[in-house]
Design a protein around this ligand. Structure first.
Ligand SMILES: [Zn+2]
Ligand SMILES: [Zn+2]
Length: 273
């Protein structure tokens, strides 16, 4: 079955290229049956790339108005991508994505992991004693308690810091030490029963040729009975369905036969193909 929905969608309210209406029009043109908006929620600890307290109500109003206007053509959902650095209330939303984009160093400073390869390297060198695994541990030390406490519907890009690591430039993802950190984090998070996303956002931005999470992690999630969802983490009207076929194949390779989708009646399990 062709995937005809995406719940991880950004707009020009923050760092996306297009208006919500343009994203909806593109989704309709692509044959989507639904589209969810998950703009970056206000993050008080790191307010550089997110909604503000002032424009958040406007974002809610606009998405709800579009939901009504387009109701006979496509189902629109209002969500937010909440950052675990400083969670934002989710009252009144159709769903939320919980994620993190930073690692906090032992002295409390905040380091973005997904901006550029140079900034990732600088964070490892400056704040984590040149040890990539210390950055990974710090990332999960913040992410895991947030996911367990908040229980978001969707767990966003679980291993986001691998955005620039397709050739192993920063992390040896085959190493037992690395996999131990990641799998312990996954096991803790699996208890919260969120849906892990297979995310192709780094492909549309030209950083990767394959989606994350890493195959070993996806296999582990499947073996533990975890749930998945396919998303494009789209920031542009043209990329709403980027590499969905690759993401589906990655899921199949890990042993999945189904994924989860949001409907008016909540999340439902759907066949992958
Ligand atoms: Zn994100
Ligand atoms: Zn996002």
């Amino acid at each position: 079955m062709k995937r005809r929905t995406n719940l991880h969608t950004h707009t020009n309210y923050v760092d996306g290229a297009n208006t919500p209406r343009e994203m909806i029009e593109s989704a309709i043109a692509k044959g989507f049956i639904s589209l969810g908006f998950s703009e970056h929620a206000y993050c008080a600890a790191d307010p550089g790339c997110c909604l503000t307290p002032e424009n958040t109500p406007q974002f809610y109003r606009e998405i709800r108005a579009l939901k009504a206007e387009y109701a006979d053509r496509i189902t629109v959902f209002l969500g937010l991508e909440i950052d675990g650095l400083s969670p934002f209330p989710t009252f009144g939303l159709d769903y939320c994505i919980g994620s993190i984009h930073t690692a906090v160093s032992p002295d409390g400073s905040i380091w973005t992991v997904d901006a550029t390869p140079a900034r990732l390297q600088n964070a490892i060198d400056t704040a984590f004693e040149g040890d990539p695994l210390k950055l990974v541990q710090a990332y999960f030390d913040r992410l895991v308690p947030f996911l367990i406490e908040t229980k978001p519907d969707i767990i966003g890009h679980f291993d986001l810091y691998t955005k620039f690591n397709e050739e192993g430039q920063f992390f040896d993802t085959e190493s037992p030490a690395y996999q131990k950190i990641v799998l312990e984090a996954a096991d803790a998070v699996l208890k919260a029963d969120g849906i892990f996303e297979i995310n192709s956002g780094a492909i549309s931005r030209g950083w990767r040729k394959t989606p994350y999470p890493d195959p070993f992690l996806l296999r582990h999630i499947r073996e533990k009975g975890g749930r998945i969802l396919i998303s494009s983490d789209s920031h542009h009207a043209d990329t709403l369905d980027t590499a969905f076929d690759l993401s589906v194949q990655r899921a199949i390779n890990a042993g999945f036969t189904t994924c989860w989708e949001l409907t008016e009646n909540g999340f439902v399990e759907a066949p992958l193909v």
